[in-house]
Design a protein around this ligand. Structure first.
Ligand SMILES: *Cc1c(COP(=O)(O)O)cnc(C)c1O
Length: 249
């Protein structure tokens, strides 16, 4: 590591030393306010569009769940740090032709947004004699720009996918409209929780995770039942918008 890189890691570490306790407090307060159990919400640190130094600082700060939204960037970071260095989360839209890479690189794919992708991942995992852990992404806002299973059809669409050998659906994921008012956010997150409850009521083989909540809306997400928040900006600061125009914000 060059001196410059080391300095950058130090800068990220200093930032995290302040930011991480604040984020943990926000999560703990929200969990408490919702009357939920402590430790009920996992923090996924979203390092997308930040350099390797940010990831090193995150690992140094004890963050072990790391999220990336582009497969190329995930590949670069896993390649540099090692597959076992963290629990890697793929959180961005995934083209079917990159399913193989996601299968190899990620411990949990949050962004399974179509039957085609789910089927493909299931088949590959089965051929490999393993299972792939995924979340099914649901479009709870109806925004055309957001991917995911359509809210009204999600139960019917997901019931058969939950039966696929090779595929372990650990739960559901959604992204709320960016910067929307509280009522809209509550509806989006509550909508995901309802789909999840209906799936479980119908006996679907689907786990308990609800991946929802980001920097601006984690409190509302936790109130609505989130078990995993995906936090970037509050931990690492603003992202370089130009260099990375991925599927995120
Ligand atoms: C970028 C991104 C996040 C993190 O968003 P912040 O507002 O920076 O916390 C979470 N989830 C997904 C899917 C993202 O693309």
């Amino acid at each position: 590591m060059s001196t410059n890189d080391a300095t950058m890691t130090t800068t990220y570490s200093a930032r995290l030393a302040e930011a991480l306790p604040r984020v943990r407090d926000r999560i703990a307060d929200a969990v408490h306010a919702a009357g939920r159990d402590g430790g009920a919400v996992r923090l996924v640190a979203v390092t997308k569009a930040h350099p390797l130094e940010a990831v090193e600082a995150a690992l140094g700060a004890g963050l072990s769940d790391l999220g990336e939204n582009r497969i190329e960037e995930l590949e670069g970071k896993v390649g540099a740090l090692g597959r076992g260095a963290a629990t890697w989360h793929m959180i961005g839209h995934l083209q079917s032709r990159k399913a193989r890479q996601a299968l190899e690189l990620a411990d949990l794919i949050h962004s399974v947004d179509s039957a085609k992708l789910a089927t493909r991942l299931a088949r590959m995992a089965e051929e490999d004699g393993r299972v792939v852990h995924v979340l099914a992404q649901v479009n709870t806002s109806g925004e055309a720009a957001k991917s995911g299973f359509e809210l009204a059809r999600a139960v019917d669409d997901l019931l058969p996918l939950a039966e696929l050998p090779g595929l372990e659906i650990d739960g559901l994921m959604t992204m709320a409209p960016f910067g929307a008012e509280e009522l809209i956010l509550t509806r989006a997150f509550g909508g995901l929780r309802e789909v999840h409850e209906r799936l479980r009521a119908q006996g679907a083989r689907i786990g308990q995770e609800l991946s929802m909540g980001m920097t601006n809306d984690l409190e509302i997400a936790i109130r609505e039942g989130s078990t995993m928040v995906r936090i970037g900006t509050a931990l690492f600061g603003p992202r370089a918008q130009k260099a990375f125009s991925g599927a995120g914000q």
